[in-house]
Design a protein around this ligand. Structure first.
Ligand code: ASP
Length: 363
């Protein structure tokens, strides 16, 4: 397991004095999220609740954390999920007045980290960042050990990120059509890197193999940061990964870019054709990320975390950095427990069908 890496935020006292600049907005968002009449208790030792207003209908109190918060990333440091997490951990930590510590807990396509988060105390001090893999794991793992729809509460969706199919710098095919021909001709002699069964890169590979009706040799990693490193070193042939990991390498010409998995081209990569343009319209996937807490987490804690997420997603630096990497924050109504749960439910059903149709049985 990688060493935990501390985000940019330093520890800060939990008293109201000296609260960060986002706190007033966060407090307003928490009030809105909790609704009139909602109640909440301050954490031990923090004195008065972080937010309370006088009046007959306003009895809301916001949860205020009094120590650092762990944010579990179920893939390796430096990969796409890790990148998105570190981008929002700073501004979310500012809102909450606490350090958010990123922990990379890797393995088995993200299910090791998710399993650890499911078993954590539901006190707001352990949050899971996960992606589309949260919706695919139930159809791929016979003994998952947790149910994404039962063992977690959703905080909100975070981003939407396209994927790109890329090849090692010296890989023979130069276009998507050539890649398809190459894979059809060479089958299992071609190596495809991914981040473990159920990872986004694994799913994209499934869609690709299904579309071209050929099987390649899959090489699993614990995250696509490592997979990309091996691709750059020509140890594997090709990979499909989020633009948050691949954009800089495509722009620098250090990898071969075959296609982007969205209906439209992306402003960050205007020269990369869509998979549909390249003749593979069914290789279509957008990766979404969301934040989760254990199912027994109190609602006022969830509301405070949602409020902090919403502020982070309007942070201009977050928006700009995501845009440079071909990604964007979700709309405000998706960065909510309701929007997130609806997405998780719909995608769980969708991917169960896709996986079954591909003839894959749970391992
Ligand atoms: N991009 C990876 C995936 O294939 C995960 C990661 O390393 O963030 O799901």
């Amino acid at each position: 397991m990688d060493q935990p890496v501390v985000s940019r935020m330093g520890p800060r006292p939990s008293s109201r004095r000296g609260l960060p600049r986002w706190s007033a907005l966060a407090a307003a968002l928490v009030l809105a999220a909790c609704g009139p009449g909602a109640t909440g208790s301050p954490p031990e030792g923090t004195g008065t609740p972080g937010t309370a207003t006088e009046g007959p209908t306003a009895t809301t109190a916001a949860w205020v954390p009094d120590g650092p918060i762990d944010m579990i990333v179920p893939f390796t440091e430096g990969g796409p999920t890790d990148t998105v997490t570190r981008l929002i951990a700073g501004p979310m930590g500012e809102v909450l007045g606490q350090e958010i510590v990123v922990q990379n807990v890797t393995g088995a396509g993200g299910t090791v980290g998710a399993g650890q988060a499911a078993e954590a105390d539901g006190d707001g001090y352990t949050i899971l960042m996960h992606h589309i893999g949260m919706a695919t794991a139930p159809a791929l793992y016979a003994n998952l050990g947790y149910d994404p729809l039962v063992d977690f509460k959703t905080i909100g969706l975070v981003t939407e990120v396209p994927m790109t199919i890329i090849g090692r710098p010296d890989f023979e095919p130069s276009t998507l059509a050539e890649l398809v021909d190459h894979v059809k001709a060479n089958g299992a002699a071609v190596t495809y890197a991914h981040a473990g069964v159920g990872a986004a890169s694994h799913l994209c590979g499934l869609l690709f193999q299904d579309a071209v009706e050929a099987k390649v040799t899959e090489v699993p990693y614990e995250g696509t940061a490592d997979a990309l490193e091996d691709l750059l070193g020509s140890q594997v042939d090709f990979l499909c990964d989020q633009t948050t990991n691949t954009t800089q390498h495509i722009l620098a010409g250090t990898v071969k870019a075959y296609g982007i998995t969205t209906a439209e081209r992306n402003d960050a990569l205007p020269d990369v054709p869509t998979t549909a343009e390249g003749g593979l319209p069914d290789v279509s996937v957008t990766v979404w990320h969301g934040l989760y807490v254990p199912a027994d987490t109190p609602d006022d804690v969830v509301a405070a975390l949602t409020a902090a997420l919403q502020v982070a997603l309007t942070d201009q630096n977050v928006i700009d950095e995501l845009a440079d990497l071909g990604a964007k924050p979700v709309a405000e109504d998706a960065a909510t427990p309701e929007g997130h749960t609806a997405k998780l439910q719909a995608e769980t059903e969708l991917w169960a069908d896709v996986i079954e149709a591909a003839g894959i049985t749970p391992q």
